[in-house]
Design a binder for this molecule. Structure first.
Ligand SMILES: *[C@@H]1O[C@H](CO)[C@@H](O)[C@H](O)[C@H]1NC(C)=O
Length: 361
């Protein structure tokens, strides 16, 4: 008996590693009963609590999603889908909960882009064939925004962490919660926001504090300026990448991680697992992420390396490679429509005063 338990334990570990998480077999889709078993297995794998009543409803959504994943994977596509933690959510629920930063909506309220119009990389003529800021030590561990539409804060912070490491040689994980709680004049915490506004907040605030000083709570809270202590990471402002121009985006990303907005509102995006994403997505920007590199697949497909904020279980360890250089100038999923990056001139950072730096506006 003990032996059997051990073998099951080991085989489940093996299965888990072999399939980057949760895998299933065609046989499990054959009957209602086997699908229910699969649902329960998925629920326990991802520790998704559901009441008995809820399970009945969720099972039907799950079944629909399983079929989408299965049918997509059967086709010879360059990317694969998987039953991740979103597998019993409808697309509508998923978009509302995890891609809820309606960038277009915010942009309409705030008018044209805030950048100076200058693009410091416009005269860059040589760009490497591939760039990966993760390998340069300019990218922190993948984070998880939870059920809060704060992707804009994660996108902003990833770009600031990046330029800070490039300028100071120190990789410091920074606080999304400070942006959620304190950058509330125009941005709206868990209800969405714009990265450009967040860059300007960080500039005005004299910097942003560390993740450790001001940890992430996945909920709107009161701004606690006393958490601005020790060394803050400062920036001198931001610029936007000329829009609908993937070449310009390439010049920027070859120099630093860049905040980009995308349309993440499709089932293919919801269940993305690995490979170069060539699946369906529109250009209704609803999600803020960070472009931390680019490259070319052995078969010649070009891609962007995009850091998401849905935890390391989603996609390729929390990342997605999105097809690059498609004929639409907006870029795949609208990646070239709303890109911006922080400008940091100094190779050192200011020290916060004892009572914390207060927002001047
Ligand atoms: C790019 O080059 C042009 C022509 O030399 C120059 O006027 C412009 O200021 C340069 N742009 C930047 C951002 O350095």
């Amino acid at each position: 008996m003990k032996k059997l338990v051990l073998i099951l334990f080991l085989s489940s570990i093996f299965l888990t590693q072999a399939a980057h998480g949760f895998d299933f077999h065609e046989k499990e889709l054959e009957t209602e009963e086997s699908l229910w078993k699969l649902y329960e297995r998925w629920r326990s794998h991802h520790s998704v609590p559901r009441s008995l009543h809820e399970r009945e409803k969720r099972f039907n959504v799950f079944r629909y999603n399983v079929m989408h994943v299965h049918n997509s994977n059967k086709k010879n596509k360059p990317y694969k889908l998987k039953l991740n933690k979103f597998a019993d959510l409808t697309l509508h629920e998923f978009v509302n909960a995890y891609a809820g930063s309606n960038v277009k909506h915010h942009r309409m309220f705030h008018g044209p882009k805030l950048g100076s119009g200058r693009f410091m990389y416009e005269n860059v003529t040589k760009t490497p064939v591939s760039v990966d800021w993760r390998a340069e030590g300019a990218v922190t561990e993948v984070k998880n925004q939870g059920q809060c539409g704060s992707c804009w804060a994660f996108s902003t912070v990833a770009a600031v962490e990046g330029i800070n490491q490039i300028k100071t040689k120190k990789l410091v994980s920074l606080s999304e919660q400070e942006l959620v709680d304190c950058d509330t004049y125009q941005n709206q915490g868990c209800n969405g926001g714009l990265m450009e506004i967040a860059f300007e907040f960080i500039k005005r605030n004299g910097g942003i504090t560390t993740e450790e000083n001001y940890p992430y709570k996945a909920t709107d809270g009161r701004c606690d300026a006393s958490k601005d202590k020790g060394e803050l990471v400062s920036i001198d402002g931001h610029e936007s990448v000329p829009e609908n121009d993937e070449e310009a985006l390439l010049k920027a990303v070859s120099n630093q991680p860049v905040s980009v907005a995308i349309d993440a509102g499709s089932s293919d995006f919801q269940f993305y697992s690995e490979g170069v994403f060539t699946g369906y997505c529109g250009t209704e920007l609803n999600h803020g992420v960070a472009a931390v590199g680019y490259g070319v697949d052995p078969d010649g497909t070009k891609f962007w390396i995009v850091r998401n904020s849905w935890g390391a279980e989603w996609g390729e360890g929390g990342y997605i490679r999105i097809e690059r250089g498609i004929s639409d100038s907006e870029g795949k999923c609208g990646i070239a429509m709303e890109a911006s990056y922080p400008v940091k001139l100094s190779s050192s950072n200011p020290e916060a005063s004892d009572d914390g730096i207060k927002d001047e506006l």
